[in-house]
Design a protein around this ligand. Sequence first.
Ligand SMILES: [Zn+2]
Ligand SMILES: [Zn+2]
Length: 165
Amino acid sequence: MSELLSQLWTPELQAAFTVVVVLLVILYVLSIVWVVRDAYMRGTQWYIWAIVALVPLLGVIAYCLLRPPLLQIDRDEQELEIALKQRQLMKYGECATCGYPVEADYVLCPSCHTQLKNLCGRCERALEPSWTVCPYCATPVAGAPQQQRQRRPRPSGSSRPRPKS
Ligand SMILES: [Zn+2]
Ligand SMILES: [Zn+2]
């Protein structure tokens, strides 16, 4: 049996075996490097994944299955995109009456002529309907809820509380 083995275990085979082992070791080291680099770029705790990657083959497979789906750069880009969209939404809205797209400083809806904003009587800037005072020049807004409250009928002579008889 040992004779057969020594016959099979030729120097050529030994060399080939060595090459295969070296290649496997290089592949193993590269896989660890890749996992650490990828985990770092994805903004995860790369040192934990480095320990996982030390398990030959299984570590890399586990990382491929469980790694976070987005690269850190992609995530930053997505966050930027969302912020940009939110800013656009702030600038452009919809008419509450007809749904026509309107810009933030529109005073009237161009489609159904609904009043979207009040105009300041003094500086003529567009004001939100809920504002009771102009934030630019501190002038109270005419027709604002506060003003309406003041317009309530004041107790006149007829409505004065009468002494009970
Ligand atoms: Zn409208
Ligand atoms: Zn004003």
